[in-house]
Write a protein that binds this ligand. Sequence first.
Ligand code: NAD
Ligand code: UGA
Length: 438
Amino acid sequence: MGTPATIAVIGTGYVGLTTGACLAHLGHRVVCADVDTRKIERLGRGEIPIVEEGLAEIVADAVAAGRLEFVVGSVNASERADVVFLCVPTPQGDDGSADLSYIQAAAAEIGPTLRPDAIVVNKSTVPVGSTRVVERVVQRDDVAVVSNPEFLREGTAVHDFLHPDRVVIGANDRSAAERVAELYASLDTEVILTDPASAETIKYAANGFLAMKISFVNAIAAMCEAVGADVADVVHGIGTDSRIGPAFLRPGPGWGGSCFPKDSRALVKIAQEHGYNFTMMRGVIDVNDEQRSRMVHKVVHALGGPDRHALHGATIGALGLTFKAGTDDLRDSPALAVIAELRRSGARIRAYDPTTVPPLEPHRDAMLDGIELCGSAIEAVTEADVTIVLTEWPEFTELDLAKTAEVMAGRTVVDTRNLLDPGRVAEAGLAYDGVGRR
Ligand code: NAD
Ligand code: UGA
C-alpha cells in the first residue's frame, strides 16, 4: 500500500461507515464522526447499525488493530486528519435539486480547525459546482477541496469499495488529487483524474444511465406482456450483445432506494439550471412512476378489478419491504410506494421482510406506519386475497407454496421481481403474474 494517512470521515452512514472501515482495512488510521450520538454509541459497543454484508468483520478487525475509532462531532475527527471525507446526506430538496445544507454545515464546522495542507474530499453525491461551494465555506487557502464520488451499492458495499470498477478524483490542484489517489494505491483499479465538474457529472451520469437501463427494461417488459413475448428471453437476447451487456436489466417494480430517485431528479434539475431540457431523463422517471402503478394494477386485476375499488377491504400479503434485497434500507423503497398506493385504495397490508423485525428504531417504524408486520412469509400471506412479492429476498424462493395455497384466501401471486418459478406456483394451484413473463 501507499503511505498510511490519518483520515476523518464525517457522517457514518451507509457510505461513511463503509468508507471508514475499508480505508482502515487498507492500512490507514481512520476516525469516523457522526452527529447521531446513539449511532456512535452502538458502534462503540461493536454493533453495526445497518445490514451490510462483510461490514461487521472489517469494522471489528480495524478496531482491534487500533486503526478505526468512532466519535461524536465532526471537529473531534477532522482536527487531527490529513484528509477529511464528507459523507453526509444530500437529500432531495423541495424543487427536486440536491439539498446541500448538510455539506455546508459540515464544511463550516470543520473549516476553522483543519490542519494546514489538509484535504477535504467530497464523497457525498453533489451537484456540479459543489466543490467550489465547499471551498467557499471552508474558507482556507491552505486546504484543497477534491471531489471523489462513490459508486458502491448497498448490500455489496464492502465488496464494491474494495474492488471498484474505477476511482474518480476531480480536483483543480493536481498534487491534492494525487494525494487522494495514493489512499487507494493498494486497490487494483483504474484511477481517473479529472476536474471537479467532470467528476461530479460522472456520478450523476452513472446513476442516470443505470436508472435508464432499468426503466428501459421495465418498458420492454410492459411491451412483452402486450405482444405475448417473454422478457427473460428478450433480456438474454439483448444482454448477450457486448455493446449492451446483461447487467441492470432485471425488470421489477421500478427502481428505488436512497439514490436513484433523488439523483435522477437532481440531474434533470442541474441540466435545467444550465439551460438544457433533459427530456430523456424525465422519460426515465415517468416510466418508473408508471411501473409502480402497473404493479398496483396487477393486484387490482388479480382481485377481479376493473378499477381500484376492488382493493377496498382486500387483504394483501406483501413479501419484502426494503428497496432491494441485501439491505435494511427502506428509503424510497418501491415496495413501500406500491403498498402506499394499495393502502390509499383501502387495502389491508400484512407484510414480512427479514430486516424489519420489531422492535424497530422509531424512524424505521414510522416508515411502516399502517402496515401489519408479520414474523414470517407464511404468516404474511395467511388470509391474503392476493400475495405480492416486492423484494427479491432469496428466502422467498424457498416459500412453501403448497402451504401458501392452503392459507391464502385468494388464488393469485403477483411477483414484481420475477423471483418465483411460475411452474411451481401453478403446481401449487395458484395463479402467477410476473413482470413481462409469458
Ligand atoms: P446516511 O443517511 O446513511 O448517512 C449520513 C450520516 O451523516 C448520518 O448518520 C448523519 O447523522 C450524518 N451527519 C449529518 N450531518 C452531519 C455532520 N454535520 N457531522 C457528522 N455527521 C453528520 O447517508 P448515505 O446513504 O451514507 O449517503 C451519504 C451520501 O453518499 C449521499 O450524498 C448519497 O447520495 C451518497 N451515496 C450514497 C450511496 C448509498 O448506497 N447509500 C452510494 C453512493 C453515494
Ligand atoms: C445505486 C448504484 O448502483 C450505485 O453504483 C451508486 O453508488 C448508488 O446507487 C448511489 O449513488 O447511492 P443502490 O441504490 O445501492 O446503488 O442499489 P442498486 O443495486 O443500484 O439498485 C437500485 C434500484 O434499482 C433498486 O430498487 C433495485 O431493486 C433496482 N434494480 C436494480 C432493478 O429493478 N433492476 C436491476 O436490474 C437492478
